[in-house]
Write a protein that binds this ligand. Structure first.
Ligand code: DQA
Length: 145
């Protein structure tokens, strides 16, 4: 089983950016967490981050026919990007939308998620654990296929 973890803009600044919202752990800690969890559940995990919308689209396309599930935190592009929505639809890979913070209780502009329409599940506000929960969910879907 192959799982791609894809993170959008400013998530490389985890641990530095607004720790009261996103916590004290850095991006490296997130990558280590998902890789270790992958070993536990029998998944090969790749961890990718970009601050650029087109790079995120490229990475989602690279997953086509190579990856069984995607854990996707598009960060601010969640609220703006039809290109990322279309990329997830195009590859047809089960994708879980993850947000570290609980976007449902934040600003109005964070209430819109374009990508959600193409995702099998959304996990918000569970901190970094949301990523491992997403991986567990993907495993159940992939194994049920
Ligand atoms: C985020 C929430 C987004 O609104 C924000 O732009 C982010 C991170 C989250 O993980 O909580 O950069 O996706």
């Amino acid at each position: 089983m192959n799982i791609a973890v894809i993170n959008g803009p400013n998530l490389n600044m985890l641990g530095i950016r607004e720790p009261e919202i996103y916590g004290d752990s850095g991006y490296d800690t997130l990558c280590a967490l998902v890789k270790t969890h992958g070993e536990k559940i029998g998944a090969e995990v790749t961890c990718y981050q970009s601050n650029h919308e087109g790079n995120l689209v490229d990475e989602i396309q690279r997953c086509y026919c190579k990856v069984d599930g995607i854990v996707l935190n598009p960060a601010a592009y969640t609220h703006t990007s039809i290109a990322i929505l279309d990329a997830v639809k195009a590859v047809g890979i089960p994708t879980v939308e993850v947000h570290i913070s609980d976007v449902s209780t934040r600003e109005d502009f964070r209430q819109i998620s374009f990508v959600r329409a193409a995702c099998v599940k959304t996990i918000c506000g569970h901190g970094l654990n949301g990523y491992t929960e997403a991986m567990d969910y993907l495993k159940t879907i992939i194994e049920a296929k």
